[in-house]
Design a protein around this ligand. Structure first.
Ligand code: PRP
Ligand code: URA
Length: 209
């Protein structure tokens, strides 16, 4: 079963409480989402593989460590996932960025696919799929299914808020994917929104409604 990492860092907890507030506007919401993504990126990259590298300091030759393999890939699920990309890139500035377009049909809550553009050789990279919300799990499980159909298997999934229903579905459908969760909430309501949650993440990031 894929590991679940629920963040326990005080800064992440503080920032999530801040953006849950209904009166936080678009500018601040967007900024803090990126700050949380940055902190979560730090946690989610702990086990990236390293290789030895010879370096010369101003004093001596030594052997240091650097990231092994191809550059990582960050794949936001459109559209709210885009709100986490700058925060991720602030720690991994050379990462490649792909996009998967999905939206939830408001009636069925089932994901509808509309876009997929991935970095080249994505299957050789460490892939970080990002979306602020894991609710029913329909969108994230479909996005990961799309990636696996294209041969991508080394996948981590980062979300800021998750519902237990979504976590369960992810674990069932993609037990190989490690989950990094900012806060694990109580439940879904009848409209598929996370309770207490933070509302519609896409609308709050982009100022739409
Ligand atoms: C939201 C969110 C996730 C999805 C989560 O996107 O960003 O992608 O819902 O819900 P689920 O786990 O039940 O699938 P939405 O469909 O509202 O699209 P948007 O990002 O374009 O606003
Ligand atoms: N998508 C959101 O943006 N918010 C929720 O609470 C559930 C799905």
């Amino acid at each position: 079963m894929g590991k679940i990492h629920v963040m326990d860092h005080p800064l992440i907890a503080h920032k999530i409480s801040y953006i849950r507030r209904a009166d936080v506007g678009t500018k601040e919401f967007r900024e803090v989402i990126n700050e949380i993504a940055q902190l979560m990126c730090y946690e989610a990259t702990r086990d990236l593989k390293l290789k030895d590298v010879k370096i010369r300091t101003p004093i001596a030759e030594t052997v240091g460590k650097e990231l092994a393999g191809r550059k990582p890939a960050i794949i936001p699920i459109l559209r709210a996932g885009v709100g986490m990309v700058d925060g991720m890139l602030s720690l991994m500035p050379a990462a490649k960025v792909g996009h998967i377009g999905l939206y939830r049909d408001p009636e069925t809550l089932e994901p509808v696919e509309y876009y997929c553009k991935l970095p080249s050789d994505c299957e050789e990279r460490d892939v970080f799929v990002v979306d602020p919300m894991l609710a029913t799990g329909g969108s994230s499980t479909a996005a990961i299914r799309m990636l696996k159909e294209k041969g991508v298997n080394n996948i981590r999934f980062l979300c800021i808020i998750a519902a237990p229903e979504g976590v369960e579905r992810m674990q069932k459908e993609h037990p190989d994917v490690e989950l990094y969760i900012g806060a694990l909430d109580e439940k879904l309501n009848d409209h598929g929104y996370i309770v207490p949650g933070l509302g519609d993440a896409g609308d709050r990031i982009f100022g739409t409604k």
